[in-house]
Design a protein around this ligand. Structure first.
Ligand code: WT7
Length: 652
């Protein structure tokens, strides 16, 4: 997306919402920045604390900010116990729909019972505060139950998306040092079973810290249960007893709650560490501010709990607020392309929070699929994960929203814990612009910088940075504080570097323009090009690899790999298929490249650095452009020849 073609001057006023100038929102934002401690002390009253803080924000060791220093709380207590003591006791916490159409519901009280039982199982296995629990599960109710039970006993969960491979799982288990793994016998994908326990077994061959494995029976497919290591979830829960109660551990606000691995600019995924108090306060308020949920809402965030969106907005936010959430295990087009619309109609969904990729997919399926359903229960829409192009935004607004519903485009990251830039219907909704996430939330001082760290003029693209601490921010990278400082605060002093491009328009609206680093967003999934390159060169046939993003009409972008082969290997379709299989085995199916281009030579500088901008020009079919700036780096003739050669191969 180029900033010059953005509709800075188009404004939308959804009829279902009261739209205002934004004065109130601005006041809240200013209050949060001029006196953060007073602002958050007030907001923190929405949470139940066992002990109040000594200091709201301790910034003496920045960028290791400590929120609610000295306070004690438990997140599972806030998500469950406190509701169970009120009229919400018998309100639905979750409506879960499985891939095959089965439905299970949990009231807050039922969820509370299940979490206590599993917490007892964890304790009986000897797990203690601070121990790590790895989780490799599809979207089934046992997944949030596992997270809440982990939080209840003060353990730290590390969820690995169930679509990741055995290798990826093993790396993450080893980095976190987990003692326990919770997984399932299998999962469903488009009506077929996936052998996730086999993946787990393969991973467990090289994870010495894991002592026990709890296995949820989901598909009933035959699996190996290793004697002395593997325990069935249902057996363990039955043995725990029906009415057990486990005292929620008193956690420091600054104690870690979870680790979640995400991709960065190196081959090694980053273990983003989130804390307890600040994260919960942020999770609670960001949902309230953006979607303003009521007791009547049926809220559906379509994300998998294996990613941050699911952690925050399928577990910690809605449960701490006391909302009814829908969880869906399956895919949007199985068994038919109206699966989502059918779900919305059947369950009366009121809040739909989804992704630009899903919207673009539905545009492609055609409107007849949704015209078969009554979607009048919907009252507000959301989107996340990648930039939403104005065409997709307008389609979402017109076809799903019927020009009544606001589109809440939420910009944030695994690292930020919750929403950072978004329209806020819970404070005051400002006019919307198609493709803009509008303005930063309270405590978020967002800026757009040029290469030198100077704010860019309105309308000029630059790097998005955050100039203030906020309660939901990551605490550090697991066991790697240096990398945390370097990655996020190393570029400019006291400034959080997001890795995204953005532009602020003349009215101060923020428009997100995609990643500025070697990270791709493929259907909203975050994939490091360096991870893909390492996976490719780990194959015996590959000598060098360079991976780039290529624009895609539905997925936003897709990876394209250029590889040179070792001597003795010839380009062939078989080898291409083998490399794709190799990537699926080392990372997972989400990283599958759209194309693998086998070349004799990659364009390089004299010092041997691969010239990505030449490869980018090859992919988009753009002319090579001005080579004068790289004249001293490599032979211009050589690069031109390589470029022509690659173009020819790509268009063949
Ligand atoms: C990256 C973070 C945050 C939840 C899901 C992704 C991109 C996210 C938006 C948006 C434009 C967006 C950014 C960001 N992104 N939301 N509304 N508009 N871009 O979390 O996997 O940590 O990815 O996703 O590039 O840096 P994540």
């Amino acid at each position: 997306m180029s900033e010059t073609s953005l509709p800075f001057n188009e404004k939308y006023y959804p009829s279902n919402e009261k739209i205002s100038s934004g004065e109130k929102r601005k006041q809240e934002w200013e209050k949060s920045l001029s006196n953060p401690e007073e602002f958050w002390a007030e907001k923190a009253k929405a949470i139940d604390w066992f002990k109040k803080w000594d200091k709201v924000l301790d910034d003496s060791d920045a960028p290791f900010y400590k929120w609610f220093q000295g306070a004690e709380l438990n997140i599972s207590y806030n998500a469950l116990d406190r509701h169970v003591k009120t009229q919400r006791k018998n309100k639905l916490a979750y409506i879960w729909e499985g891939e095959m159409g089965e439905v299970r519901t949990y009231t807050y009280y039922q969820l509370y019972r299940e979490v206590n039982k599993l917490a007892k199982v964890f304790k009986d296995l000897g797990l203690k505060k601070g121990d790590r629990i790895a989780v490799y599960l599809p979207v089934i109710p046992e997944l949030p139950i596992t997270l809440l039970a982990s939080a209840r006993i003060g353990a730290i969960h590390a969820v690995v998306f169930s679509g990741f491979s055995a290798d990826a799982l093993a790396d993450r288990i080893n980095d976190s040092g987990a003692k326990l793994l919770v997984t399932a016998d299998g999962s469903y994908r488009r009506g077929k079973t996936v052998a996730i326990k086999d993946n787990a077994d393969r991973a467990l061959e090289s994870t010495p810290t894991v002592e026990k494995v709890i296995v949820v029976k989901r598909t009933g497919q035959p699996i190996q249960m290793k004697e002395g290591r593997d325990i069935w979830y249902h057996d363990a829960l039955a043995a725990a007893g029906a009415n057990v109660y486990v005292e929620p551990e008193r956690m420091q606000a600054t104690d870690p709650l979870f680790i979640l691995y995400t991709s960065g600019t190196t081959g090694k995924p980053k273990g983003v560490q989130h804390g307890t108090g600040g994260y919960l306060v942020w999770a609670y308020w960001t949902l309230k501010w953006a979607f303003n949920p009521t007791e009547e809402d049926i809220y559906w965030c379509t994300a998998d709990i294996g990613w941050i969106t699911g952690h925050t907005y399928n577990v910690y936010s809605p449960l701490s607020v006391g909302v009814t959430s829908l969880l869906f295990e399956g895919t949007p087009d199985y068994p038919a392309q109206d699966r989502w619309w059918d779900i919305i109609e059947r369950h009366g969904v009121t809040i739909l929070y989804s992704t630009p990729t899903a919207v673009r997919m539905f545009m492609k399926f055609g409107e007849e699929w949704l015209n078969k359903h009554d979607l009048n229960s919907l009252r507000i829409l959301g989107t996340v994960g990648e930039p939403i192009n104005p065409e997709a935004w307008k389609w979402y607004y017109r076809v799903i929203g019927k020009e009544r519903l606001a589109i809440i485009d939420t910009w944030w990251q695994t690292e930020t814990g919750g929403f950072m830039i978004a329209p806020l219907s819970g404070i005051e909704l400002t006019p919307l612009k198609p493709g803009s996430a509008t303005f930063p939330l309270p405590s978020v001082k967002a800026e757009v910088y040029d290469e030198k760290g100077q704010p860019t003029p309105a309308g000029t693209k630059g790097f998005l940075v955050i100039k203030s601490p906020w309660p939901g921010m990551l605490q550090t990278l697991w066991k790697d504080p240096e990398r945390f400082k370097q990655t996020y605060f190393g570029r400019w002093q006291n400034t959080y570097y997001t890795g995204d491009y953005a532009v602020k328009d003349p009215e101060g609206y923020f428009w997100l323009l995609g990643r500025a680093d070697e990270v791709l967003k493929v259907a909203g999934h975050r994939i490091g090009t360096v991870e893909l390159e390492s996976a490719l060169v780990s194959h015996p046939a590959v000598s060098e690899a360079a991976v780039m993003g290529k624009e895609d009409a539905v997925k936003g972008e897709v990876p394209v790999a250029f590889v040179t082969l070792r001597s003795g290997f010839q380009p062939s379709d078989e080898l291409r298929a083998e490399l794709i299989k190799h990537i699926r085995n080392t990372i997972g199916p989400i990283a599958t490249p759209d194309a693998i281009i086998m070349v004799n030579k990659l364009p390089k500088t004299r010092s041997g650095k691969i010239m990505r901008r030449v490869l980018k020009a090859v992919i988009v079919g753009a002319p090579l452009g001005d080579l004068s700036t790289i004249e001293d780096e490599a032979s211009v003739e050589d690069i031109k020849a390589t470029y022509e050669d690659l173009r020819k191969q790509l268009t063949k």
